[in-house]
Design a protein around this ligand. Structure first.
Ligand code: SF4
Length: 342
């Protein structure tokens, strides 16, 4: 039987394991540093740990690796990685350069249970949650594929899956991504995006210290019900309360992602509904023109419609940007990740 992956141990569990081997607490910090900073491929490399500790760790654990099965490069510089997991399942991560930033979009599940109508991942259904180790390994594997001198500056949980549905593993991964001896990312360098699991949003404010994005996409219940089934469980009024709670608790704004569909949510009445939903929230708005894919059920709005919508919000003093997705030509853009045939 294969040994468990040490990267699946949350910080506390790792500390307890190392203490159980008779080591001082600092050895757990050293182990984290070896795993995530020095990216050690074997316990033997961890030379500042006692020989007997290295041996015991090697007897008990493996250091898991994702297999890079395929890579596609976009004309805009984005790179999409297809990784194979130990059980043969596959996930995707996308590396996106922008000015002096290099952002990695990671997956949190194989497939997704949320069923958003505009999303390719939804068509897979939920296969399973990713473990902590599988989430973190996406960052390490992407780092291994970088050109010399390149460095990942930002992480977004916007790949396959609903991160807050895989709550515990995402939270424990965030702790290692943020830990100064782990990956050491700052709180503004990580964004977790949710489809609107209201209860989890409220808890997230207590458990994580990173940025939150909400994939809102509609500000009326009938249309949101249609494109995002999660809205039937947590309608806009309930979702708004959760966002307010998050704002109050963290004093952080939420980034509202608003994918624009031609003729469906890009009209003047949609601006009004959106303004009403945001009226008592601290939020920034990202407008994302829909990315069509083969067989997609919706259409991308015209550039003029996007600009009009943007202006209406800006005129009402909202902080609003238009985001053009990266990696369109490799199906690496928002809502386009899935590991089945195209
Ligand atoms: S948009 Fe996100 S939450 Fe919705 S189905 Fe796709 S991966 Fe899941």
């Amino acid at each position: 039987m294969s040994k468990p992956d040490i990267k699946d141990l949350a910080l506390q569990a790792l500390a307890e394991t190392v203490a159980g081997l008779g080591e001082k607490p600092y050895a757990a910090i050293q182990t984290i540093s070896w795993l995530y900073r020095q990216r050690a491929a074997s316990f033997e490399e961890m030379t500042n740990l006692a020989q007997k500790v290295r041996q015991r760790l090697a007897q008990t654990f493996s250091i898991g690796r994702l297999t890079l099965e395929e890579e596609r490069r976009s004309a805009d510089g984005s790179r999409k990685f297809l990784f194979k997991l130990n059980d043969g399942q596959k996930i995707e991560s996308v590396l996106m350069p922008h000015k002096n930033r290099l952002t990695l979009c990671v997956s949190s599940q194989v497939g997704c249970a949320m069923g958003c109508k505009f999303c390719r991942t939804a068509s897979m259904g939920l296969v399973r949650h990713l473990t902590q180790g599988e989430i973190l390994e996406q960052v390490l594997a992407a780092q291994r594929a970088l050109e010399p001198g390149q460095k990942i500056t930002n992480i977004v949980f916007m790949g396959m899956g609903e991160p807050l549905h895989n709550y515990d593993n995402v939270i424990s991964s965030l702790k290692i991504l943020r830990h100064p001896k782990g990956f050491g990312f700052g709180k503004k360098q990580i964004t977790v995006s949710t489809s609107g699991l209201a209860k989890a949003i409220e808890k997230f404010g207590e458990d994580a210290d990173v940025k939150l994005a909400l994939s809102l996409n509609a500000a009326s219940d009938p249309f949101r019900d249609e494109i995002m089934p999660v809205n039937k469980r947590y309608p806009l009024e309930r979702l708004g309360r959760a966002c307010r709670h998050y704002n109050d608790l963290t004093r952080q704004a939420i980034t509202m992602e608003y994918v624009m569909f031609a003729g469906l949510n890009d009209r003047p009445e949609d601006v009004k509904q959106l303004c009403r939903f945001l009226s008592n929230l601290k939020a920034k708005i990202n407008l994302i023109p829909y990315n069509e894919y083969p067989g997609s059920p919706y259409r991308r709005p015209t550039e003029a419609a996007v600009r009009r919508f943007h202006k209406s919000l800006a005129d009402r003093h909202f902080q609003v940007n238009i985001r053009y997705s990266k990696g369109l030509d490799i199906l690496g853009a928002c809502g386009q990740l899935a590991t089945g045939p195209v």
